[in-house]
Design a protein around this ligand. Structure first.
Ligand code: SF4
Ligand code: SF4
Length: 62
């Protein structure tokens, strides 16, 4: 299943992905970067579309 993978080194912690995620699967970890709970992610890709820094990709995760 495809899930959201974030390039955390380039994340600017804007929180846009957190707001759009319908599953509440993303948090800003210690105020530094966005972190996805892959158990909650359903692969909708809304976060990828919302990210202004284009640091989210959808990848196959087992
Ligand atoms: S792909 Fe969808 S469910 Fe998964 S983290 Fe992004 S917005 Fe949330
Ligand atoms: S939308 Fe992009 S830049 Fe903003 S917190 Fe999420 S991953 Fe980081």
């Amino acid at each position: 299943m495809r899930k959201a993978i974030i390039n955390q080194k380039q994340c600017v912690s804007c929180g846009a992905c957190v707001k759009v995620c319908p599953r509440d699967a993303i948090e800003i970890y210690k105020g530094m970067y966005a972190k996805v709970d892959l158990d909650k992610c359903v692969g909708c890709s809304l976060c990828k579309k919302a990210c202004p820094a284009s640091v989210i990709e959808m990848e196959d995760v087992k």
